[in-house]
Design a protein around this ligand. Structure first.
Ligand code: NDP
Length: 492
């Protein structure tokens, strides 16, 4: 780096604070078009902002390491999991979902968890949340869900009527709502949240076999939450509370750690299991599929530059190493398109070349070249077409990718239009969580208060009544308490 100021093309400038003007005795000055320094300074400032993420805009992030702690070679051939003690570098970005970039960290929301493991066989991204389920299971509903949680098209305000109207029309979200409105909707720190893949993935082996898995990350320091009142107060006092807390903890050497687990299911078990394992509104109960540890995550290095390291980071569930593969979860399939597409829009078609996204394993992808802002050697004279005899290339991964099709993955059928239907089973796991809350001192009461705080903002009495009925399918007592507390707030 130069020790004196230059323009962006390296030419020294006299001082960065001057502009070229024709001046006269009146004290005024005419600024000249030839003043490249001034024009560059103003023009670049106008272009400093890149598109804000449509979801997950507000975030904190840091670097660290993933360590394989247990032998996993019986379930996956992923290289970063093939030796106990093996460490891989990691980037983690934790965000709220709905609110904008400048919003308060402690507002009630699901928290997103973008994790990039820079393995020796390329990048492995996991895009998790701090809740184990999602609000919808039909991918076409995804934009509608997010709009209903954001701002009303007329008032530009968050809108409880709109929020509940969406959820009443799409009741499969009840389980996720039970997560959002309990204490975990307002974490005390990003160091004290758990994260879940939600999606079912596959762990694959070179012999062609595979297992279905769900990923769980548990904070070693435990889950800690704010009450709704504390979260609201902090949002006013320090909107960047979580960002500051994470940065300062790492700066002080107080490195956050998570134990990383998988639930493992054989494809044969999936065929007869009670729950559809491709339905992201459902968990696999622990008693059926206990957690098995595979590793440990430690954050130990703050970003050097927020924009370069965190804002330019792009994560996608389609970024997978040999040994890990997608399942037939329709939301996962859709996210595998939507996430890279968002990155292409936000960062440009060569976003994988940016320092924070770049693989640490060698990259040779000569059929993906050119495009805006390509700053590699662009594969020089190498053929840009397949199957060249002039420069034959071997394919290392060929032997590592599962090619055996099991009974559970034989896809034969008719092309049809499909929307999932709602049934009583959609409320069962929500009820189970209501009972989990019942085992924790005062938690059911806080849940009712949190929910009533939001619902009492709905001006439409019919919508409120329908929400009471909706929650009565989770638990009748919950619904009665919700009605009482909400209507008291409305009347107050
Ligand atoms: P268990 O009855 O075996 O255990 C309850 C689980 O609930 C705990 O392991 C804990 O998961 C989680 N939990 C505790 N407090 C809260 C809270 N305030 N908000 C959300 N989760 C909490 O669990 P089951 O597997 O039989 O599932 C019962 C219910 O627990 C489910 O319907 C689901 O809503 C919830 N749950 C289940 C998970 C799963 O993957 N099976 C994961 C998380 C929640 P953890 O240790 O991960 O924090």
């Amino acid at each position: 780096m130069s020790s004196f100021y230059t323009g962006a093309e390296g030419c020294p400038y006299p001082t960065p604070a001057t502009s070229v003007q024709v001046r006269n005795g009146s004290g005024g000055g005419l600024v000249l078009l030839q003043d490249t320094q001034l024009i560059e300074t103003l023009a670049h400032f106008n272009r400093e902002r890149i598109p804000e993420r449509v979801v997950h805009a507000k975030a904190a992030g840091a670097y660290g390491e993933f360590e394989c702690t247990h032998d996993c070679t019986d379930i996956t051939s992923a290289s970063f999991l093939n030796t106990v003690g093996k460490k891989s570098d990691v980037l983690l970005r934790i965000s709220t979902v709905g609110p904008e970039r400048g919003s308060a960290d402690t507002c009630r929301d699901v928290h997103g968890w973008g994790m990039k493991i820079y393995t020796d066989e390329g990048n492995q991204d996991f895009v998790c949340n701090n809740i184990p389920v999602f609000f919808v299971r039909d991918p076409i509903k995804f934009p509608s869900l997010n709009r209903s949680h954001k701002r009303h098209p007329q008032t530009n305000l968050a809108d409880s009527d709109m929020f509940w109207d969406f959820h009443l029309g799409n009741p499969e979200g009840i389980h996720a709502l039970m997560h959002l409105f309990n204490d975990r909707g307002t974490p005390a720190s990003l160091r004290n949240i758990n994260a879940y893949s939600g999606h079912t993935y596959k762990f694959t082996k070179e012999d062609g076999s595979f297992k279905y898995i769900k990923l769980h990350l548990k904070a070693q320091d435990g889950v800690k939450n704010f009450t709704a009142e504390a979260a609201t107060k902090i949002a006013g006092e320090n909107p960047d509370f979580h960002t500051q807390d994470l940065f300062e903890a790492i700066e002080q050497g107080n490195f956050p750690k998570w134990d990383v687990f998988v639930q493992v299911m054989d494809p044969k078990e999936a065929e007869t299991y009670k729950w559809n394992i491709f339905d992201m509104t459902k968990v696999w109960p622990h008693k059926d599929f206990p957690l098995r540890q595979i590793g440990r995550l430690t954050l130990n290095r703050n970003p050097q530059n927020y924009f370069t390291d965190i804002e330019q980071a792009a994560f996608s569930p389609s970024t997978m190493v040999p040994g890990i593969a997608p399942s037939a979860d329709p939301i996962l399939q859709a996210r595998m398109f939507a996430y890279p597409d968002a990155a292409r829009y936000r960062l440009g078609v060569n976003y994988q070349q940016l320092p924070t996204n770049r693989s640490k394993a060698p990259v040779y992808a000569p059929f993906q070249r050119d495009g805006f802002m390509n700053f590699t050697d662009n594969y020089g004279a190498d053929p840009n077409y397949l199957n060249s005899s002039l420069k034959p290339t071997t394919f290392k991964a060929a032997g590592k990718v599962s090619t055996t099709i099991t009974e559970h993955e034989k896809w034969v059928g008719e092309v049809s239009s499909f929307t999932s239907q709602i049934g009583p089973e959609d409320f069962e796991q929500a009820t189970a969580l209501w009972h989990v809350l019942g085992q924790q001192e005062g938690h059911q009461e806080r849940f009712v208060n949190n929910l009533a705080g939001h619902l009492s903002g709905a001006k439409n009495a019919t919508i409120r009544s329908r929400v009471y009925e909706y929650f009565s399918y989770v638990d009748k007592d919950l619904a009665a308490r919700l009605r009482q507390v909400t209507e008291a707030k409305v009347a107050a």
